[in-house]
Design a binder for this molecule. Sequence first.
Ligand SMILES: [Ca+2]
Length: 301
Amino acid sequence: MKVASSKYFGALLGALFSLAATRADAATFTVTNTNGSGTGSLVAAVTNASNIAGADTVVFNIPTTDPNFRGGVFTIIPSAGLFLGSSTSIDGATQTLVSGDTNPSGPEILVRNMGFDLSGNDNLLANLVITTGMRITGNRNKLQGCYIGTNAAGSADFDSGADSEILITRGGDNIIGGLTPGQGNVISGSFYGMRMSECGANNQVLGNKIGTDATGTRAIPNQYGIYFDGGTNAVNTTFANNVISGNGGGGSTGNGLTVSAPQNQVTRSVFITGNKDSRCRPCPNAPHPHRRAPAPACAKR
Ligand SMILES: [Ca+2]
């Protein structure tokens, strides 16, 4: 009996230590202000989450007395780039849970002037307005429910003066959007809404609005909605259930979707409408308010 008790308590202690270790690995970091850096800032939370192993969560709990809470939106201007390691989840809806749906047209958290750099794997960015875009070089990252390049209402180009594209290069198995309502992103008002260049296999672009406002009914043009020059490793990319419309801004030509790589599929109700000059495979770029880019080769049909 004594031996059995000892064994029982040993097992119990082991389980408790195991639970403690799990909790230590899965840390939560809370953003409590809109400061560019320092304690309670988004930069600090992202840096801390990236510096420790395990699946970490960044949550928002900013009081509405914060000086950068205006018009129902908390605006964060990070003082440094937002570099994510691996397995970090950042969901702006955590702020909505604590302070309410103060921006009924979109996310409550707006991050401007600095983009995200996802060089690690298995990160989630959700329910944020991100005016400056991101680079994804890792694998299995998800971007869901975000407005990329627009204002917080998803009704106009944010016009930050910087390009707001989503660039996927090298990474594979990333998911931009999703098929469940609320998972799709609005990706508008940029030169490239998305550029997928020399990326890995099995990336998915699902259920997004690319080149329109959040309602999908009015244009907020990207010059190129999606420019996919995937490279030899970019097999089995899926573009599904997106609205790709209104692209080709700047008073000139452009494309909704350009695909120049083999073995990829455009499937399942992809709406590609209303983009300028659809008779043209990649056409010369014209001056665009965000960026001047070298013109790709023009091959009119
Ligand atoms: Ca909202």
